[in-house]
Design a protein around this ligand. Structure first.
Ligand SMILES: [Cu+2]
Length: 171
């Protein structure tokens, strides 16, 4: 009985803690850095978000879900790219998420694993930032403020002003 009460209190406490501390929790084993999401035009219906996720914990963790405010997009999905039988790269949703190795990191990058906002409700404007909630199997929820723009490291691939649409939803 006591343990039931305690776990309920713990769950409540965790809920309050994550609501009160939306920035990437300082005591979390998970660290997110170099996050960015690309600006989108008025016609865009999806946008990919990229970042490096480090796991400072002793156990493997797993990014299992992402979400955003409903005013921003209908939903967020975890995607990766696969090569189909015709040799064409296409995006697929990854239902079981991405493993973040203990003491290691996992990069979400263009052409590879990424978070994708689906059903954008409005354009993403360079200079603003959007809050993306990441749910980890072990670490729980972390809210990341993701700046809209290009990666901090600079443009490694020419920004083709619309010519290079890295992300298109489904087919
Ligand atoms: Cu995608």
């Amino acid at each position: 009985m006591l343990s039931t009460f305690r776990s309920a209190a713990l769950a409540l406490g965790l809920g309050l803690a994550s609501a009160a501390a939306p920035a990437a929790a300082a005591d979390s084993t998970i660290e997110v850095r170099d996050a960015y999401i690309r600006a989108s035009g008025a016609m865009a219906i999806a946008a990919g978000a990229f970042m490096t996720i480090a796991n400072h914990g002793a156990a493997e963790d797993r990014l299992i879900a992402a979400s955003v405010d409903g005013d921003l997009a209908a939903r967020a999905e975890l995607h990766t790219h696969i090569q189909d039988a015709q040799g064409v790269m296409r995006m697929v949703e990854v239902k079981d998420g991405f493993a973040i190795p203990a003491g290691g990191e996992h990069a979400l990058a263009r052409g590879a694993d990424h978070v994708m906002l689906m059903g954008l409700r409005r354009p993403l404007v360079e200079g603003e930032s959007v809050a993306i909630t990441l749910t980890f199997e072990v670490a729980g929820q972390i809210v990341v403020e993701v700046p809209v723009g290009e990666p901090a490291g600079g443009a490694m691939q020419g920004h083709g002003g619309g010519a290079m649409h890295g992300h298109r939803p489904g087919n």
